[in-house]
Design a protein around this ligand. Sequence first.
Ligand code: XMP
Ligand code: MG
Length: 178
Amino acid sequence: MLQDLLMITHTEEQITARVRELAAEINRDYEGKNPLFIGVLKGAYIFMAELCKNVTIPCEMAFISASSYKGTQTTGTVSANTDKLPDLTGRHVVLVEDILDTGLTLSHICKVLSSCGTASLEICSLMDKPSRRKTELTGKYVGFEIPDAFIVGYGLDYNEKYRNLPCVGILKPEIYEK
Ligand code: XMP
Ligand code: MG
């Protein structure tokens, strides 16, 4: 699998060190608030686990599934499955995502969640491609800002593959141009 990468952009060590910093910020900001972390499946599953391992305040976890990507392109239509979420009334929600790209997926999810009476709603994303944004969305907690390249690993996939790579890297274009 590593041979399919053009280069490794973030090693496992770099990622875990940065995730610890994000968790430390969250520990400070959400003390006494019993935050609810909502991970966006499937991409955020590894980041969510690593983040929550480093959160030391009482908190709860839930997952939501959303998809807009096919291959390396967003389809523009976002579907979000919210029926397995707990009651969000008065909750301090931290939406945990693998990557903020156009922002279309998360702005759709944010609209749905904030209509459920949340006390607060913030975004925590491992990766951020600000140059691609098509909405005004910003992440309060962002692991790494990256240029516009298609990356995989640490939860991020290409057609469901490479999620299990412990690092993040740029996929060789010939893999998706095949
Ligand atoms: P939007 O454009 O709605 O997209 O912000 C967010 C979702 O798109 C996927 N995405 C990627 N997945 N490598 C991936 O494996 C990438 O470089 C990439 N860019 C966007 C991802 O699922 C994210 O949740
Ligand atoms: Mg995703």
